[in-house]
Design a protein around this ligand. Structure first.
Ligand code: PLP
Length: 220
């Protein structure tokens, strides 16, 4: 077993323990392996050990490696977890199975138009800037419920869940709790929260998917 495959197994075990400790059903958390900055040579062993759900934060970078891998393993599910520029909406809708970073009206409109044009409908999440950090993407917490409703009513987009990235210097628990509350108020079921440093905490707060990069692939 190489290091990456051993680390993947360790993360899977920890997820199972965290689910158990939280009184949650085994397998109720989806592991998204975040492969940004890593190439096919690092990714293939992870696919071969059974992992099928991956996350990338840049459309351009993902376009360079994933089309070939998805052709070889058609059951791969690829998530966009980084900011989406409106001039990349076309490529994002064509490549990704899930877009987790819907965070403004213009992007919602662009995605809706590409969905109509391409007949391909990625599942969608709204990113919430739970820490109201000026440099971070995402809708403000106070706008989240209304934005989810507008995605549905104005743009005809079904939003499946919410996603957040808590401030690096804060205890993530309150941010995870806030995201869970906003999801309930918005009537969406999925919660994408938790990274290498805090995915077990996120599971305790109800994460339905965790986005884990360096704990699997190593330092970037
Ligand atoms: C890079 C990234 C991750 C994974 O971060 P790690 O700390 O390496 O696990 C998760 N979510 C987003 C949005 C990211 O950009």
């Amino acid at each position: 077993m190489n290091d990456t495959v051993a680390r993947l197994a360790d993360v899977r075990n920890r997820i199972a323990v965290a689910e158990k400790e939280a009184g949650r059903a085994p397998g109720s958390t989806v592991l998204i392996a975040v492969s940004k900055t890593f190439g096919a040579d690092d990714i293939i062993p992870v696919i071969q050990s059974g992992q099928r759900v991956f996350g990338e934060n840049r459309v351009q970078e993902a376009m360079g490696k994933w089309p070939a891998l998805k052709e070889r393993w058609p059951d791969i599910e690829l998530h966009l977890i980084g900011p989406l520029q409106s001039n990349k909406a076309k490529e994002a809708v064509a490549l990704f199975d899930v877009i987790q970073t819907v965070d403004r009206e213009k992007i919602a409109a662009e995605i809706a138009s590409e969905v109509r044009r391409q007949g391909r409908e990625p599942r969608l999440y709204v990113q919430v800037n739970t820490g109201s950090e000026p440099q971070k993407a995402g809708v403000e917490p106070r706008d989240a419920v209304a934005f989810v409703a507008r995605c549905r009513e104005v743009h005809g987009l079904m939003i499946e869940g919410l996603m957040c990235i808590p401030p690096v210097d804060q205890n993530p628990g309150p941010h995870f709790a806030l995201l869970e509350k906003l999801a309930r108020e918005s009537g969406v079921e999925k919660l994408s929260m938790g990274m290498s440093g805090d995915y077990e905490t996120a599971i305790a707060f109800g994460a339905t998917s965790v986005r884990v990069g360096s704990a699997i692939f190593g330092a970037r």
